[in-house]
Design a protein around this ligand. Sequence first.
Ligand code: SF4
Length: 388
Amino acid sequence: MNLGIYIQVPFCQTKCTYCNFHTGVVSRARFAPYASAVQTEIREHKQRLAGAGVRLPARFASSIVDTVYFGGGTPSLLDPANLAVILEAVRETFPANFSEVTLEADPETVDARKAGAWIAAGIDRISFGVQSFSDLELKAAGRMHRRPDIYRAVPILRSAGIANISFDLIAGLPHQTQETWQNSIDELIALGPEHASIYLLEVDDGSRLGSEILCGGNRYSASAVPSDDQMADFYEHARTCLADSGYEQYEISNFAKPGFASHHNRKYWRREPYLGFGAGAHSFSGSQRWANAHEAAAYVHAIAAGSTAVEELENISAEQALDEELFLGLRQLEGIDLAHLERLYGASLESRFAPLEAAGLIKRSGSVVRLAPERLSVSNEAFVELMR
Ligand code: SF4
């Protein structure tokens, strides 16, 4: 069995207006101590997790770590040496044979020295936070980069030898129009990343933009956010254009050229185990889920004090496990095999899926159920119906 490792780096240069993640803007002086704490947590994870009540399955001892994902935050802000020592800690702690090591990177943080050092450390995939090719949209969203930064960074990454790049785009940014969205999709396709993630802007009052949309105001361009219908159109348009350009959609938000679907992210949807390290990192063993303290200073303090950083721990019941199989599995376009799940969990699922089929939200092929392709932009409706 293979194991994924997630490393959370909760630092950013600024706070994007739509962001509700637990990330902070801190002095660079805090980066190296943070990386050091992550190394310690990796090397001593068995004792510390046992102290928190986590029961690591015996099979983990022989599991091979094949994927590592540095997410954030903006992990590309760290000095590459910090990333390299974290990867070294992974190699020295686990049986490792990496097939995919991803780093989330924002365009303005990329330079030739860093890119060379990333490759030398073993990073072979960049998840690139493009979000939009429109400077008006990037500025309104509080992003640090502008369109020229994207065009500066991509050749640097390619020259350094990165052969697997994913671009993120967000449908629904303030000031986005059909024309600017079309342009962003066209520019993405022209630059030819191996992978693309298309996210719909999520609105909740945990972000400044979300709060303005819900409560009013005019500081973050809330009135210039496209409507839900427009966002759904943007998403559908992206699906069509990406399919026409050789990208296969394999998950609600994810598209890849053949052979470039993310090995690491697939583990989440397939309920395969992963260990997360760093502030706010989540982990899943098969029977338990747990999460570290969100606040970076509290995390570093806990690790330095020799204690556990685990703040939440949940034992997964069979009922929850089945729900996860449905909600996570259905995100993948390959769908889920109801007959297999019924056998595995001794449950009957027919009554849960009949209303979804009647509403046209799913398609069946034998015992395999998939979200209806033409209803993917409203996949939440299917998940809400499943919960009834
Ligand atoms: S770069 Fe990402 S994590 Fe950081 S503030 Fe922006 S959206 Fe949030």
